[in-house]
Design a protein around this ligand. Structure first.
Ligand code: NDP
Length: 421
């Protein structure tokens, strides 16, 4: 690591409720994960039940969970370092350089799938993950705290240009939360990029499969609802890893530092709250008609189509605006030299990718029926997240593009849902 010879200029912007939010969120969100998992396992599965169904403390810790989490991170790190797949460059950094990233997440997913199939064939009781959910979540939360602490400390040896613009305020709690360093690396190993799509997203798929196996253990075969939830979410994760290169142009990689917000989100929040529908179905089986299933598949298909097409269009445009798939689109110039799309998907609403994502989120919850709010946690939380994320992105774009952004907003008045929002 280089020593910091320059005095770093402090950023002042305060997001997520500033220092107060940054102090509360790291306490509140881990407790929320544990609470949701406890409610989901309980027979009533009601978020309103009082007292909440807290598990005995003996159920919170299991050394098997610690071994599984450590082994999982080691396996995914090993797969990350395999010299397979292409190597791609990220966007230009403030110092004019570009970092290289291995694009082998899709390989990691399928090697993991093969290893898992072998384990199942050897009789490994994957359904036991259902019993281990709380200790696993506690270990993942602990890893995200330790990682964030390491990231915060090491950031003081990073050069001025390596710091993120938003997580360098001088307030330790806020900077710990937002992340000071933009692209922390150990050698060529990029910690943020690794965490973004691999241990959490692939781990979520393993948990989902574990819930399916638990259902098979209990009832002899998987339900249609469980199959749909597993299939939809596997499609989402496979797509994310197939298009892994696109993550290099997202806000998380380009703008946000690597701190507790992303470490906890990637390693604990995603795998242990996005699996709630599958977990819910183990305890609360649902019968789904073929017609109902067809409607839900259609909804997921429409959402996926909008999500994929719009993300690919912007990604292609940012990588090569002369490419034939985007060259015909209408654009407006900005003072930075970059152009903004005002036709195609990005002329439909200002965040068509969020619209597609939200439709899919709804399709993942509907197989769980209408009797409980808990399986709808994802779609509710995700709506709040994307509205907030849209506002953050809007602020960044206004700061970057000034008047051109205002012109874009006039041309494309709706943010996510046409004629509504
Ligand atoms: P986006 O992919 O939406 O990127 C936003 C950026 O796109 C802007 O900062 C701007 O960057 C560029 N842009 C905006 N408007 C235009 C335009 N008209 N023309 C050209 N470029 C434009 O960012 P996110 O990282 O928020 O989302 C990526 C995907 O990840 C989305 O599909 C989202 O739904 C998904 N997501 C999923 C989450 C989950 O937990 N499941 C969580 C968060 C996101 P610039 O101009 O600098 O290129």
């Amino acid at each position: 690591m280089k020593s910091n010879k320059h005095k770093s200029s402090h950023s002042t912007e305060r997001e997520f409720g500033g220092a107060f939010g940054a102090t509360c969120i790291p306490v509140f969100l881990p407790l929320t994960v544990l609470y949701l998992l406890s409610v989901c396992r309980s027979p009533a599965a009601s978020v309103l039940q009082w007292p909440p169904p807290l598990p005995p403390t003996a159920q919170l810790w299991d050394p098997v969970a610690a071994v599984l989490i450590a082994g999982w991170i080691a396996l995914q790190s090993f797969l990350y370092m395999l010299p397979v797949g292409k190597v791609s460059e990220g966007l230009v950094l403030r110092d004019g350089s570009r970092l290289k990233y291995p694009i082998n997440g899709f390989h990691a997913l399928w090697i993991t799938a093969i290893l898992l199939s072998v384990c199942l064939w050897l009789g490994m009781p994957l359904g036991y993950l259902f019993e281990l959910m709380l200790p696993l979540a506690i270990c993942a939360i602990s890893v995200s705290y330790l990682l964030s602490l390491y990231l915060y400390i090491r950031s003081f040896w990073a050069s001025k240009h390596a710091l993120s613009l938003g997580g360098n305020t001088g307030n330790p709690l806020y900077d710990f939360f937002m992340g000071r360093e933009l692209n922390p690396r150990i050698g060529n190993f990029d910690l943020k990029y690794f965490c973004e799509l691999r241990p959490g997203l692939i781990g979520w798929m393993v948990i989902n499969l574990g819930m399916l196996m638990k259902e098979v253990e209990l009832g002899g075969s998987p339900s249609l609802a469980m199959l749909l939830v597993n299939f939809f979410q596997l499609l989402y994760v496979t797509d994310a890893l197939w298009n892994e290169e696109a993550v290099l142009t997202t806000m998380d990689i380009v703008h946000d530092g690597f701190g507790f917000m992303l470490a906890f989100g990637d390693l604990a929040w995603v795998p242990f709250t996005y699996c709630l529908q599958a977990m819910f179905l183990v305890v609360h089986p649902q019968s789904l008609s073929i017609l109902g299933a067809a409607g839900i598949i259609l909804l997921n298909g429409i959402g996926f189509y909008i999500f994929r097409k719009s993300n690919s269009q912007k990604n292609q445009f940012r990588r090569d605006p002369t490419h034939k798939s985007v060259a015909h689109l209408e654009t407006i110039a900005t003072a930075t030299g970059k152009r903004l799309l005002v036709s195609g998907w990005w002329g439909f609403v200002r965040h068509p990718n969020y619209l597609g994502d939200l439709l899919m989120a709804l399709a993942w919850s509907l197989p769980c029926g209408m009797s409980h709010i808990l399986p709808y946690f994802y779609v509710i939380y995700f709506t709040i997240l994307l509205i907030h994320r849209e506002a953050r992105d809007e602020n960044h774009c206004r700061a970057k593009y000034g008047l051109a952004w205002d012109t874009y907003c006039k041309r494309v008045p709706y943010r996510i849902i046409p004629y509504i929002y």
